[in-house]
Write a protein that binds this ligand. Structure first.
Ligand code: HEM
Length: 417
């Protein structure tokens, strides 16, 4: 179906578009006029096929699809950890070992196991270590700023804590962390030519992570420690992960827990710098609702996908078996049917039923409480150590078909004269 309101060829997964801006006006138009719309343009997402795809923009419809895995499968590359513009058959098979791309009952088995590492207690046990890391990351950024007080917020602050959190979670020894950081960065699914990550470099990094994690698993099996690896691989069998399953789980964490939280932190800082009254409020009251609003506002994952398992009606449209369905979280999080004044950045927003961590259902973000804790810890540290940050330039945005990313945010630690 041609959309009468959008120019021909308009595509919500166009990396050039998403690098320039999130298409909020077009999302608003679609929510009003064609909330479930067939985009004839092939999506810019590998593994998505050459056909068009359904664009789902309303909060209620994104939730419906997410909570009905029997109608909308995750099995055909919901998330593709990819290395360049093309994806081979072998790579597609490998993607299926990643839980984000599994359906029940395989997904249920793996999710039940890995959930043990993400209980409220497990996440709380990381808090003290991450609090002091957050503080030292911010202090180091200040100490290493240029003479005029300027530094890049993304590389000096936003990148660090999510990597440290994952390393802490899976018990990577301090001396190995820089390797994990390097591999994670190389493997990240950038569409941005500036990073010049070749297929070979990305694939090699992914293999290195799998090999490293499998060795870590084997070592913990021999000699258990107080970390999630030891819990997940304690003994081979139904209730545990095999070493290679663990390797693929770590790959997912390195991508799912890294880029997302990094971009939430960068967007959160940019939102504070452009809404100074919210920053003043934060410094004074540190509302507990802040992190959720940052994730709604930023919506680091613009969209994920599903595939219809049978013909099904959605939003007055007939979706056919096998057709791809894009869930546009960025649109759902600005749906005025659900949010009062969605265009306002309001850190006291409560309730805040945003879909930034997914629309509910079996794949709802496993790391949500860890992410919320990281965002709280880093902004607390910034408010204590760098209360007068100011913005020097507009952010440089990431080129990506599905991430709302910032790759550079120049700020100054020197108070406004
Ligand atoms: C799944 C967003 C942080 C681990 C997801 C999904 C989204 C998401 C949208 C897919 C939900 C679905 O398909 O229904 C985010 C955002 C984050 C964040 C915006 C930060 C602000 C993290 C962290 C971790 C993590 C810190 C772990 C260290 C995962 C995993 C899944 C997932 C393992 C797959 C769950 C499954 O398939 O059952 N996340 N995430 N995420 N996330 Fe997060």
């Amino acid at each position: 179906m041609r959309c009468p309101h959008l120019p021909d060829g308009f595509d919500f997964t166009d990396p050039d578009l998403l690098q320039a801006r999130i298409p909020h006006p077009e999302f608003a138009l679609m929510r009003q006029t064609a909330p479930v719309w067939w985009c004839t343009q092939p999506a810019n997402i590998s593994g998505f096929g050459d056909e068009g795809y359904w664009v789902v923009t309303r909060h209620a419809d994104v939730k419906y699809v997410s909570t009905h895995p029997e109608l909308f499968s995750s099995n055909t590359n919901t998330a593709v950890i990819r290395f360049n513009e093309t994806i081979s058959r072998d790579q597609i098979e490998v993607q299926k070992l990643i839980m984000l791309n599994m359906d029940p009952p395989e997904h249920t088995r793996v999710r039940q196991i890995v959930q043990r590492g993400f209980t409220p207690r497990a996440v709380r046990s990381l808090e003290a270590a991450l609090r002091s890391r957050a503080r030292s990351i911010v202090e180091t950024a200040l100490a290493s700023a240029d003479a005029d007080g300027s530094f890049d917020f993304v590389t000096n602050i936003a990148v660090e804590l999510p990597l440290q959190a994952i390393a802490e979670l899976i018990g990577v020894p301090q001396e190995d962390r820089s390797k994990i950081f390097d591999w994670s960065n190389k493997m990240a699914a950038y569409d941005d030519p500036e990073y010049a990550i070749t297929e070979e470099v990305g694939a090699e990094a992914a293999m290195e992570i799998v090999a490293y994690s499998m060795n870590l698993a084997a070592a913990r099996k021999e000699c258990p420690a107080q970390d999630i690896v030891s819990q997940l691989v304690a003994a081979e069998g139904e209730g545990n992960l095999s070493s290679d399953e663990f390797g693929f789980f770590v790959i997912l964490l390195a991508v799912a827990g890294n880029e997302t939280t990094r971009n939430a932190i960068s967007h959160g800082m940019h939102a504070f710098l452009t809404h100074p009254e919210q920053w003043e409020l934060y410094k004074r009251e540190r509302p507990k609702t802040t992190a959720e609003e940052i994730v709604r506002w930023a919506t680091p994952v613009v969209s994920f996908q599903r595939t219809a398992t049978q013909d099904v009606e959605l939003g007055g449209q007939r979706i056919r078996k096998g057709e791809r369905v894009g869930l546009f979280y960025s649109s759902a999080n600005n749906d005025p049917q659900v949010f009062d004044a969605p265009e306002a950045f309001d850190i006291t927003r409560d309730p805040n039923p945003h879909l930034g961590f997914g629309g509910g259902g079996p794949h709802f973000c496993l790391g949500k409480s860890l992410a919320v804790m990281e965002i709280d810890l880093i902004f607390n540290a910034i408010a204590d150590v760098l209360p007068d940050l100011r913005l020097l330039e507009d952010p440089r945005r990431l080129r990506s078909a599905w991430l709302n990313g910032i790759k550079q945010l120049q700020v100054s630690a020197v108070p406004v004269p």
